[in-house]
Design a protein. Structure first.
Length: 162
């Protein structure tokens, strides 16, 4: 029963990560089009997805710990999915491997998409900084410099020769 529960949690985690991947692709489009409202909506939805993923991950960890406690010959404190695959029955092993492999692929694609989003965000910030630098005059041009003054005779306001 515990293995079925772990498989179920992994499938649900995979679905949430697939949904997060879709949001990440939407975020990429919002960044490309400079659509701030759409970007804000994507970020809010991502935040909700991450909260749901964290809650589900805690449940999965608890189920894995319960499975490890029930297995008399298992020696690991915090077993990984790879370790569990080696211990489960053949019928559960194939299903667990399948879910695990597809989950890993989704995670890899999500990571790649987020790297792209990070690069786009950095480029946008560089463009904004460059634009601000072009719009703001430099401090050297604002202040009067001594090089433009003529070097004539220095006169005092008070004429002492009179």
């Amino acid at each position: 029963m515990a293995i079925r529960q772990i498989i179920d949690y992994l499938e649900r985690l995979k679905q949430l990560h697939e949904s997060l991947l879709t949001l990440s692709k939407n975020k990429t489009e919002a960044l490309k089009k400079n659509n701030i409202d759409s970007l804000r909506d994507c970020l809010n939805q991502e935040r909700k997805h991450v909260s749901a993923i964290e809650a589900l991950e805690k449940k999965r960890i608890k189920a894995v710990s319960e499975w490890a406690a029930r297995e008399p010959d298992f020696n690991g404190e915090h077993p990984t999915v790879s370790e569990i695959i080696e211990w489960v029955a053949w019928s559960d092993r194939k299903q667990l491997e399948s879910v695990y492999e597809s989950f890993i692929l989704v995670l890899a694609e999500l990571k790649q998409q987020e790297v792209l989003n990070g690069d786009l965000t950095r480029q946008s910030l560089q463009f904004v900084n460059m634009s601000l630098d072009l719009l703001q005059p430099s401090l050297e041009n604002v202040n009067y410099g001594g090089s433009l003054q003529t070097s004539g005779p220095k006169r005092s306001v008070f004429d002492s020769h009179a």
